[in-house]
Design a protein around this ligand. Structure first.
Ligand code: HEM
Length: 433
């Protein structure tokens, strides 16, 4: 095992501090140090060269040929293994290449390919395993480790999303960049949420009601701000381009029979078939953290608490340390129990807790609106417009399922219902206090 792997796997839940999980109050689940913009090792130049040209190669329909004929199979060297920032960059590059290779560019008439070439599959499987992530495009490779800031001195996006730039894209379109930028900005705001979360644990431990109330008020405000941020998506991301051009690249191969990959993807000529959900913001640790903090219990289709398998499944698509943080925080946080215990003496504490859920519900309402604008409406439009039978078939498959393979309308509604159900005096949008 490498030193990095040893550290990652050794983290325990004895005392929850952000540093231990490589997260911070300032930058949340984003890296505390800005992601590297390239792997500064000559041997890996072929990866850097191909990712730089990815949008052009896709546009011209030459990506697969370029990978098959000109990309060497590169070993994962110790120099790479011992630098976590290089490993993350390598993961981001190879997963962009994976999704691009598998799906191709449907506008060039390319159809999916089920065997991933060895020169991507071999190093990717090794790197993904070390980072504890699946070997395809995930939120980590698309968002968390794929940005830089405009000012070199500025670690990250202090005040506005326009200070963020994106490193890798499939399309070289601002529509794609802005979708990623907004997501990076969510994570940046999330840093303050994480800090409040840890302070809430301490307030509960010390029975410090005043501190608890003040931190609940902050969580409520940040959750409101996060919900409001959805309205900025349309500044540069056009729904038709999102739906028709970008989204196909983000799709996974979990339940992709309708899309031409009934067995998933075979990782290398002699490799195994594997199935994975596609890249989705449901893989953001931030919103799951807020749920855990507020003790929102997600239910599955049978109404079983903590059984909403997709939410839990998405943890496997988060970096290992972030997943551990959620797990450890979940075991430690008994906020609702504490609020109920003090409800008679401190009815305003109940109100503060319910206010957080109110804003989290609003966040989910706004998210559902976004999904309508960016998926449901363009999918209807595309169905009406399309005459090509094959394209029609592909969009049908995507419209019914999210990139993460969910039947997303029911799933998102259930997430919203679970938020309301967690409230004490807050039910079905009606507040009794
Ligand atoms: C154009 C923009 C967006 C679209 C079309 C969209 C679509 C979706 C869809 C279809 C799902 C269901 C799971 C799946 O299959 O992927 C989902 C889940 C989710 N998305 Fe988004 N999303 C967008 C932006 C965002 C952003 C910016 C965030 C911010 C963090 C976000 C956070 C979430 C979360 C947390 C879930 C899990 C369900 C929940 O907790 O309520 N999404 N999204």
């Amino acid at each position: 095992m490498t030193g990095i792997l040893n550290y990652i796997r050794g983290v325990r839940n004895d005392d929850i501090t952000l540093e231990k999980y490589a997260i911070s109050a300032k930058y949340g689940f984003l890296s505390t140090k800005q992601p590297v913009q390239f792997i500064n090792i000559e041997y890996y130049k072929p990866w850097e060269d191909i990712i730089e040209n990815l949008p052009d190669l896709l546009k011209e329909g030459n990506l697969r040929e370029e990978i098959d004929t000109n990309l060497p199979i590169l070993e994962v060297s110790d120099e790479l293994l011992n630098n976590v920032f290089y490993l993350r960059r390598a993961y981001s590059i190879l997963t962009f290449l994976t999704n691009a290779y598998v799906w191709g560019n449907k506008f060039n008439g390319e159809t999916p390919i089920e065997i991933l070439s060895d020169n991507i599959a071999k190093p990717l499987l090794k790197i993904a395993n070390i980072l504890g992530l699946p070997p395809l495009s995930t939120y980590a490779g698309l968002i968390l480790w794929n940005f830089k800031t405009v000012s070199a001195n500025n670690l990250c996006c202090e005040t506005d999303p326009i200070q963020i730039e994106i490193l890798n894209t499939f399309t070289d379109l601002d529509d794609e960049r802005w979708f990623y930028i907004i997501s990076v900005f969510y994570e940046k705001i999330g840093g303050s949420v994480l800090e409040c979360g840890v302070e809430i644990l301490n307030a509960i431990k010390n029975e410090d009601i005043r501190l608890l109330k003040s931190r609940l008020n902050l969580i409520s405000s940040y959750t409101y701000i996060l919900g409001d941020l959805f309205t900025r998506m349309n500044e540069h991301t056009n729904p038709d381009i999102f739906y028709n051009v970008l989204r196909p690249f983000l799709t996974g191969w979990e339940n992709s029979k309708d899309l031409g990959l009934p067995n998933g993807v075979k990782y290398g000529r002699h490799g195994k078939y594997k199935k994975f959900a596609g890249g989705s913001n449901a893989q953001s640790s931030l919103i799951q953290f807020i749920d855990i903090l507020l003790n929102v219990e997600h239910k599955n289709e049978e109404g079983v608490a903590n059984g909403l398998s997709y939410i839990l499944e998405m943890r496997k698509y988060m970096p290992y340390l972030h997943r551990k943080f959620l797990e450890h925080f979940s075991a430690a946080c008994k906020l609702k129990e504490f609020v109920l215990k003090h409800a008679d003496d401190h009815p305003d504490l109940v109100k503060d807790y319910d206010d957080c859920l109110d804003n989290l519900k609003m966040f989910r309402d706004k998210h559902v609106k976004l999904v309508t604008t960016y998926i449901i409406t363009p999918s209807r439009k595309a169905k009406t417009l399309e005459t090509n039978k094959r394209k029609h078939h592909i969009n049908n498959g995507l419209a019914i399922k999210g990139t993460g393979s969910t039947s997303f309308v029911l799933f998102l509604k259930q997430c919203r219902t679970d938020t309301v159900d967690a409230g004490i005096n807050f039910k079905k949008g009606k507040r009794s206090s």
